[in-house]
Design a binder for this molecule. Structure first.
Ligand code: RIB
Length: 332
């Protein structure tokens, strides 16, 4: 049986009227995307082919680019509606609980029978870098029909966020629907893959790291000049604005007004997993709240920096209060 999973019946958000359920409200931000359980191994170094090494610690942590971005947006104060698929296993129950705990409306998450929830095997080495292997599971089942079932919610959103851990045809359909309704579209094209100009022309905000930028622009980012060339190329391909994230080297924002570079924030790195996802979620909330693109990008960097100081994906995404305290500490 494939069934929608109702979000908890708790009254998570109220809109002046007592008893307004989150399912009945206009969401600020809709995320169409993946749900994974991350199987995380901390390791002194990456094993080479054919080698067995002893790791340090193992944890199961809710993840998935879509789910992480939704959690990041919710923890920064956004009202978030999620469209996705999970399997019919224990990972589904735990992944959903994690989303609901953050007040995310999960009523458009479909449970796929006889299917595993998406899984990511993640090796995190001592310097904080990682390698990830994905098994898409139910994420591969997210369909055009799922988007159509959520079409009115998408059409009434302030902003749609998509990534590429679900089928491209489904992502394309969601983006076309949002664009046709003048809903701003934020695309994080991760994992990197080729995309056509017709799709990119419907994207308002393209958030890329160096790898994704190189894949879509054909220009390797090695310094400020090449970052600007890559961003200009992506604008020429049709997106309205580019945010090129470069970790501790900061973020480059490019749109019709030109390119602006913002310095990165130095922190002690434990694990870089979900830093990009946190940037996306925080950026979305800033924009939905009416901040300028530059201000929203600068604020999102603080949230992303805090994420890399902790192990795991959803376990490391900070709350608004934590981000504000961090900003104040750095300003003092
Ligand atoms: O961006 C980080 C995420 O990528 C992890 O949570 C993992 O699930 C993979 O999807």
């Amino acid at each position: 049986m494939n069934a929608p999973i109702n979000s908890s019946r708790r009254l998570l958000h109220q809109d002046g009227a007592v008893g307004v359920k989150v399912e009945n409200m206009k969401p600020g931000i809709t995320v169409v995307g993946s749900v994974n359980m991350d199987l995380v191994f901390r390791t002194p170094r990456m094993p080479v082919l054919g080698e067995t090494i002893s790791g340090r610690e193992f944890r199961e942590i809710p993840g998935g680019k879509g789910a992480n971005q939704a959690v990041a947006a919710a923890r920064q104060g956004g009202a978030v509606f999620f469209v996705g698929c999970v399997g019919d296993d224990g990972f589904a129950t735990r992944s959903l609980a994690s989303l609901q705990q953050d007040g995310i409306d999960t009523s458009a998450i479909r449970q796929v029978a006889n299917c595993a929830t998406g899984v990511a095997g993640i090796f995190v080495e001592d310097q904080g870098g990682n390698s990830i292997v994905l098994a898409a599971g139910a994420n591969a089942e997210l369909s055009i029909a799922d988007i159509d079932a959520a079409s009115s919610r998408i059409a009434h959103s302030k902003l749609l966020i998509c990534q590429l851990e679900t089928p491209l045809a489904t992502v394309r359909h969601a983006i076309a629907l949002a664009a046709s309704q003048q809903v701003a579209v934020m695309l994080n094209p991760a994992p990197a893959q080729d995309l056509d100009d017709a799709l990119l022309a419907q994207v308002t905000y393209l958030i890329v790291n160096e790898t994704e930028s190189a894949q879509l622009s054909g220009i390797a980012v090695t310094d400020q000049a090449s970052a600007e060339q890559a961003a200009q190329k992506l604008l020429q391909r049709g997106v309205k604005a580019v945010l090129l994230t470069m970790g501790e080297h900061g973020v480059l924002v490019a749109d019709s007004s030109g390119c602006r570079a913002f310095k990165g924030i130095s922190v002690e790195v434990v694990d870089t997993t979900a830093a990009g996802d946190t940037f996306v979620g925080a950026l979305a909330v800033g924009l939905a709240n009416g901040l300028s693109l530059d201000q929203a990008a600068m604020d999102a960097q603080y949230a992303a920096a805090l994420t890399v100081t902790q192990l795991g994906a959803q376990s490391s995404i900070p709350s608004l209060a934590q981000v504000q305290a961090f900003k104040q500490k750095l300003a003092a």
